[in-house]
Design a protein around this ligand. Structure first.
Ligand SMILES: Cc1cc2nc3c(=O)[nH]c(=O)nc-3n(C[C@H](O)[C@H](O)[C@H](O)COP(=O)(O)OP(=O)(O)OC[C@H]3O[C@@H](n4cnc5c(N)ncnc54)[C@H](O)[C@@H]3O)c2cc1C
Length: 258
């Protein structure tokens, strides 16, 4: 019989290849068992080791999903990401990392080479819901999620996707229903998370008629708060009609380093 406090090891994935998608986005393809790949998304809690650590001291996962960290210094950081593609049959998962400079995850991704290891400590949903009319609003950290939501949307879906990136060279090809208008917003030299581009673009949108609509928003936390307030107030969206979540916080690490 299993003890009530039993833990299991985390899944560990191995980097197969890395590629630059745009000047600031690095795509990392990881391999693992079919089960581990199927369980690594759509949003995924990554355990990021220090660059070059050949034998990371991984935590374990308790039966209730809690992460049980090893005693003492381990150098592993917990961060949230999105699997832009999961292919259990091939045993591959693809993650796009924004190389924003600072931070354990961005630093790890910038240095990642084939053979490097990454742990997985659970996964979650994207938070989207099917609707006839969709508003998607986010920055480059939300682009993998926006790409998945658009690719899965039924052909007849209408709506608007607003994606804030630095410039034209940060745009990515998206598969989307013809009725969804994808608009790229260029922040130019303004640092990410400081301007009001996304907030202003949502504020300029008229609420579509009817109730069959859903808004999905993810970007820097203060930006998301402002967009959420607009959608709840001006558009009168109820809880079931929107999902708005801060994907990163300006000037602050997103999670403690375990
Ligand atoms: C559910 C979910 C899914 C996500 N999916 C993705 C994804 O697929 N790809 C992706 O790149 N990110 C994604 N993110 C965002 C990512 O988790 C954060 O950017 C995280 O802070 C990165 O960790 P880090 O260790 O690199 O930096 P941290 O240690 O968290 O932060 C260090 C510093 O970097 C700054 N910083 C963090 N992110 C950014 C940024 N994007 N631009 C500018 N400065 C930043 C912080 O303000 C802080 O000052 C997701 C977040 C959530 C919650």
């Amino acid at each position: 019989m299993t003890a009530p406090d039993a833990t299991r090891p985390v899944d560990v994935l191995t980097v197969v290849s890395v590629a630059g998608v745009t000047p600031t986005v690095r795509r990392v393809v990881l391999s693992g068992t079919a089960e581990a790949v199927a369980a690594a998304g759509p949003t995924v809690n990554l355990l990021v080791p220090e660059v070059g650590d050949p034998a990371p001291r991984w935590p374990a996962v308790a039966r209730d999903g809690r992460i049980v960290w090893p005693q003492g210094r381990h150098g592993v950081s917990l961060r949230s990401y999105t699997a832009r593609r999961q292919d259990p049959a091939r045993g591959e998962v693809e993650i796009d990392f924004v190389l924003h400079g600072d931070g354990p995850a961005a630093t790890w991704a910038a240095a990642a080479v084939p053979g490097a290891l990454l742990g997985v400590a659970g996964a979650g949903p994207l938070g989207d819901r099917p609707a006839g009319w969709l508003l998607l609003a986010g920055d480059e950290t939300a682009l993998p999620a926006i790409g998945r939501i658009l690719a899965a949307a039924p052909a007849g879906t209408r709506g608007v996707a607003l994606v804030e990136v630095a410039g034209a060279d940060e745009e990515q090809a998206l598969v989307h229903p013809a009725g969804v208008d994808v608009r790229w917003l260029h922040r130019g030299a303004s640092p990410p998370g400081e301007g009001t581009l996304l907030v202003d673009a949502v504020a300029a949108l008229e609420r579509p008629e009817g109730e069959d609509l859903f808004a999905w928003v993810a970007a820097e936390s203060a930006t998301v708060r402002a967009v959420r307030a607009d959608l709840r107030g001006r558009w009168g969206l109820g809880r079931a009609q929107h999902h708005a979540i801060g994907y990163w916080r300006r000037g602050r690490a997103m999670a403690p380093a375990g």
